[in-house]
Design a protein around this ligand. Structure first.
Ligand SMILES: C[S@@+](CC[C@H](N)C(=O)[O-])C[C@H]1O[C@@H](n2cnc3c(N)ncnc32)[C@H](O)[C@@H]1O
Length: 343
């Protein structure tokens, strides 16, 4: 290197900045992007069982063309430290890659995918969207990924369900925005006499819930309907209405009406169980809040006090609020209908 070049570089403050960015931001971003692609393509899952050479892996992924590009992509994963290669066989290398490939960590894998595919774009494009008057729509997210990632809080939601389910009495449940249907399965396991109507607005989510309900042998007790809950015409027949992780799919100004509708569908003495992240939680929840602020169909995460007031305004008699995760703003709201049904 020429001395003049060295002098230029030594006095150029952009070079240390670039090196610090590469270390702190760029490599972690690349790793997150690679792992997300490896997860949603099935690469991690295939390699978790056994090491594979390029052609075996390409066959497993049904990639018939341009396999040299798959090699280039895999080699980048090796460079990032997520994979290893030994005599042509690719294997999972990093602890993170191995952990994410385990089926029991599926909700965390989906949460990573949610951050990379949906949270990053709102940070990237927010101001440009505002300049062009654009908003996010439901098709800007992937309902099946979200249904899986919502399960990161499953232990806490299940505890909330356990608190409201009487294990012995016959019980009619309506679940609004059922996602995978896992919470209905939990409720049905707690109470063998429970029957349910599960509703989800997204076609592919409702289809997956129906397939899951059939696979779990619950089709005779649980009906899954693809519908917008706001358009359902039902009798007031439900002992329990559950809404998990979806109040922010409804615009703020529509929420009282929705809660009134839920109350009107309860049998006398019935209860609404609503679990949700509220404002003021961790950074991911604040980005989720931003996403829904930018959405053309939903609204911000609720403020816990305002939501409790909204439930009272919607005609519920008592409203019990419980924080489900210590130190977090993830709450369960249990609202009881008055004993006498209000038409
Ligand atoms: C974040 S997911 C949560 C899924 C599930 N409740 C859970 O906690 O795992 C929110 C779900 O609510 C559904 N949803 C949103 N608006 C709805 C509406 N108007 N009627 C019925 N379902 C709705 C979405 O389709 C989505 O599947």
């Amino acid at each position: 290197m020429k001395l003049t070049t060295l002098a230029k570089v030594a006095t150029d403050s952009s070079l240390p900045l670039l090196l610090s960015l590469a270390r702190s931001f760029v490599t972690p971003l690349y790793r997150a992007g690679f792992l997300t692609g490896a997860l949603n393509s099935g690469v991690l899952q295939h390699l978790s069982a056994t090491g594979m050479d390029l052609d075996t892996l390409a066959d497993a992924l049904a990639i018939t063309e341009d396999r040299h590009l798959l090699r280039a992509w895999l080699d980048l994963g090796v460079r990032l430290g997520e994979l290893s290669i030994d005599t042509g066989t690719y294997r999972l290398k990093s602890r993170t890659a191995k952990a994410l490939a385990r089926p029991k960590n599926d909700s965390v894998a989906a949460a990573l995918e949610e951050v990379v595919r949906f949270h990053l774009p709102v940070l990237l494009n927010g101001p440009a969207m505002l300049r062009h008057g654009d908003r996010l729509s439901m098709t800007d997210q992937d309902g099946t990924v979200i249904a899986r990632s919502s399960r990161v809080v499953s232990a806490f939601v299940e505890e909330a369900i356990e608190r409201v389910i009487d294990p012995a009495a016959a019980l009619r449940l309506l679940e609004i925005g059922c996602g995978s249907g896992e919470y209905i399965r939990h409720a049905a396991t707690l109470n063998p006499r429970l029957t349910a109507l599960a509703v989800d607005y997204q076609t592919e989510v409702a289809a997956e819930a129906a397939a899951n309900i059939a696979r779990w042998g619950l089709s005779d007790r649980v009906e899954v309907r693809h519908a917008d809950v706001r358009e359902l015409e039902l009798e007031p027949q439900f002992d329990l209405i559950a809404m998990h992780n979806n109040i922010y799919y409804f615009p703020l100004e529509e929420r009282t009406k929705l809660l009134e509708q839920a109350r009107s569908l309860l049998a006398p003495g019935g209860r609404l169980l609503l679990t949700t992240s509220c404002r003021g939680g961790n950074l991911s929840m604040e980005v989720l809040n931003l996403w829904f602020e930018f959405a053309d169909f939903g609204g911000p995460l609720p403020d816990a006090i305002e939501l409790a007031d909204g439930l009272r305004r919607a005609g519920f008699g008592t409203v019990d609020v419980r924080r489900l995760i210590p130190g977090e703003q993830f709450c369960a709201f249990v609202a009881s209908s008055p004993r006498e049904h209000i038409a």
